[in-house]
Design a protein around this ligand. Sequence first.
Ligand SMILES: Nc1ncnc2c1ncn2[C@@H]1O[C@H](COP(=O)(O)OP(=O)(O)OP(=O)(O)O)[C@@H](O)[C@H]1O
Length: 309
Amino acid sequence: MTNHYLSVEGLKKAYPTSDGKIGTPVFEDIHFSIEKGEFVCIIGHSGCGKTTILNVLAGLEEASGGVVIMNGREVKGPSLDRGVVFQSHALMPWMSVLGNVAFAVKSKWPDWSKAKIAAHCTEYLEMVGLGHAIHKQPAELSGGMKQRVGIARAFAIQPKMLLLDEPFGALDALTRGTIQDELLKVVQATHQTVFMITHDVDEAILLADKVILMSNGPLAKVAEIVEITMPRTRTRAEMHHDPQYYRIRNHLVDFLVNRSKDYAGGGELAQYDPKHPPVVRPGLAEEQQGALAPESARPAPQLKKVVNQ
Ligand SMILES: Nc1ncnc2c1ncn2[C@@H]1O[C@H](COP(=O)(O)OP(=O)(O)OP(=O)(O)O)[C@@H](O)[C@H]1O
């Protein structure tokens, strides 16, 4: 039995092919864990199976092998313990902003009075800067506002874990930045446990305690766990001043550009025990790296190339 808050053990997914056979697994031998209050991002090229993994964590999809254990129990189906925010906002268009959030809150606490539900929802809508828009219909909102309703709805049910599938992917850079700041504030205030898919390296550095790097699919695996060692009080405006930021950024970009493909076919980089993927701390200077010995059996891979900013 594992002591982690959430633990993914030997996860594998293979979809059937058009002729009814079982296809090559999209990913296999996926092992990682998430602690209570941790913010974990997962990064990897398109098609490596990030959404599939998130759906399995949500209980919306069955894996072909392996298990997900949360709080000592196997995840076997969807639950209000896990709130999901998708890339598209998935609001009910005939309900007001308040109604959309209230619907979810009522499912979680069916005994609550109407007034209590409204007060609870309003608190979360105010938290994402939508206090003024609670009576609007989704059609009256911008994309960024709709996504904020989705985030408020997910937080309002106070899930044990929040699963975010590229929640800001469809937003313009300015709106994205504002909502990232809001999410950061809410997460810092609530200590919410989060698993988030992103393609945005800066977003991962801003928000995450650790980043799971996936190698390319098919047969994708967890190539590395990158610990973000910058202080947790980081902000979007300030983090560029920290020398750790550039080291971490270079490491993540180097992985995506140069290394993510070298794990296929049992390549040299893939020679490690998948139950214990390498844990690396590229933000730390070399002498600090030694002081904080990596937990993995394999030392951090050397950067082949530093990517220019
Ligand atoms: N229902 C399905 N049937 C068959 N193949 C599927 C199905 N769902 C996903 N796949 C395949 O599984 C692979 C992984 O898909 P998934 O959406 O999990 O990847 P991803 O890493 O999230 O990609 P992206 O970054 O583009 O969203 C893809 O090759 C996809 O075509």
